[in-house]
Ligand binder design. Structure first.
Ligand code: GRE
Ligand code: ZN
Length: 327
């Protein structure tokens, strides 16, 4: 279909570029770094060739989240966001922006989110999993109490928060020892991000801020397939549930989350996700430059769903979620 909109579409700036180097073998680094630093020539060609009208761009990973000094993290986020604002200003019809945020410090993150939305005209934010702060060995997950003020800001500016993957820290990755091929996009990204999303749900965050919208990539990082069991585990045990959340996990998943198909072009998984979330909460994306645009576009254009659903997932859900002009 023509007019597709993608929202997991990355770029890099000089100081974050090398964060992506370790994920791919050195022989493809020339290609990948070229894609990440491309001044929107190649990107536009790919989009034109595959019926993609718009990319909502975001910084590569883990970038800002892995800078333990909060002030430095905030400066890097500002530079990345200013760079992205220039890309958007050159072609606002083809590019919009998601803000990078220094989540090491909830106040600095709120400040940068406000600036990005109100001054730069961004349509949301994208954060690469937990942040490393003053003690870089302690992952800071955003269900922690100090983040409630940030979430209040996020709800007040009324934009979605894309929770993008990063790898677990080495001390939390011992299960992968000797199996490095399971790190990154193969498995560890999804596991890490799914648990983070479940932490947000279980913490009661969405009881306090029921309008928040969190986006997960990669067909929902496994959650559509598994969330039923999170709610159901040993259902005969009737003692009070220990988590602060007032409702079932599935309720938050269906009301406070959207997912994208980025990098996960499994028809079986897509159909399962459609049954769990419905076609209003699933959105097209490619995960360029880590995936090719053609992989995503050619699969999505022909996958066996109704044309009404294809239009929603490919385009109109993004227009609604990000308040883009409707057709
Ligand atoms: C991503 O952004 O999703 C990503 C990376 C690195 C490797 C693969 C991948 O940041 O999909
Ligand atoms: Zn990505």
């Amino acid at each position: 279909m023509d007019g597709k909109i993608g929202l997991e579409e990355h770029f890099a700036i000089d100081e974050t570029l090398m964060d992506s180097a370790a994920f791919l073998s050195p022989d493809v680094w020339t290609e990948l770094s070229g894609r990440l630093m491309d001044p929107e020539d190649r990107r536009l060609q790919e989009m034109d060739r595959h019926g993609m009208e718009m990319m909502i761009l975001s910084l590569n990973a883990p970038a800002v989240q892995a800078i333990p000094d909060a002030k430095k993290a905030a400066e890097t986020a500002r530079r990345a966001n200013d760079n992205l604002a220039e890309k958007v200003a050159r072609r606002p019809d083809r590019f919009q922006g998601l803000a990078a945020l220094p989540m090491q410090d909830p106040d600095l993150a709120s400040e940068e989110l406000n600036r990005a939305i109100k001054e730069l005209g961004f349509v949301g934010c994208l954060v690469n999993g937990f942040s490393q702060g003053a003690d870089p060995d302690v992952p800071l997950y955003y269900d922690l109490p100090q983040y409630r003020s940030f979430w209040a800001t996020c709800e007040s500016v009324a934009v979605p928060f894309y929770l993008h993957p990063r790898n677990p820290l080495p001390q939390d990755a011992r299960i992968y020892e000797g199996h490095p091929w399971l790190m990154g996009p193969a498995w560890a990204f999804g596991q890490e991000t799914a648990v983070h999303a479940l932490r947000l749900m279980g913490s009661g965050l969405f009881d306090e801020f029921p309008k928040l919208q969190v986006i997960l990539g990669h067909m929902g990082e496994g959650l559509p397939f598994n969330i039923w069991r999170v709610d159901n585990h040993n259902a005969w045990v009737t003692s009070p549930k220990p988590q602060p959340a007032k409702r079932k996990f599935i309720d938050y998943f269906q009301e406070n989350f959207h997912i994208t198909i980025s990098g996960n072009y499994s028809t079986q998984s897509f159909l399962a996700a459609l049954m769990v979330l419905g076609s209003d909460r699933i959105l097209f994306s490619t995960d360029w430059p880590f995936e090719n645009v053609d992989y995503s576009a050619e699969w999505f254009d022909t996958v066996d769903i109704s044309e009404a659903d294809r239009m929603k997932v490919g385009r109109t859900n993004a227009q609604e979620l990000f308040n883009l002009p409707a057709d």
